[in-house]
Design a protein around this ligand. Sequence first.
Ligand SMILES: N[C@@H](CCC(=O)N[C@@H](CS)C(=O)NCC(=O)O)C(=O)O
Length: 217
Amino acid sequence: MSILYGVSPSPFVRKAMLAHAHKNIPFDLKMTLPSSDDEEFRQASPTGKIPGYKADDGAAFADSSVIVAYLERISNDNALYPEKASDYAEALWLEEWSDSELMPTTNALYFQKVLGPVFFKHETDQKRVDEILTDLIPKVFDLLESRLTEKSWLVGDDFSIADLAIGSCLISLLHADYKIEQSHWPKIYNYNEQFLALPIVQEQIANEKNVIAHSVA
Ligand SMILES: N[C@@H](CCC(=O)N[C@@H](CS)C(=O)NCC(=O)O)C(=O)O
């Protein structure tokens, strides 16, 4: 069976785990922290970033986007990449925006409220929290609100890589106890409710809560 190196509360590991769950592809999670010097992990991820991956055939590589693209090549079931070229491009752009803009923002709050205190004995910096809440989140949320429509998912009619990437950030906000203001961002509010209700997401959240509860520094 393939091996995913990482820890479930990491947003990029979460993204890779949810892709496996969505596509019904089994895997073993080998609990690995960033920068671990485990030799097999470093073969997969020379930079030490998680997630790393070792496929069934022994191929080793890293990066959540690469892992999800690989999964799509080995199984067409529950496709995560839209068929239509323009939808495909839009979904990839949203994934890229999510990984490079939304994730750092949601992760900043998640770090202050959860990851720092739980894993790194880091006290919450309230000034930084206020800055994230008043400056950073509105910037990314205004853009996200403008990309959502009355449709269930971000691109086309089906759940796609765009939803997987963006939803992974929303889980960080859930852990950080962030409440989305419904009157300000009504589409994100509804989208978040719908995403969090998915059985694969519920299962992922339960897994992460368990890890967080057992990791208090
Ligand atoms: N682009 C990578 C980013 C991976 C990443 O930044 N992972 C974080 C944990 S969530 C990490 O390992 N950070 C440690 C570091 O930057 O050294 C992906 O999509 O997998």
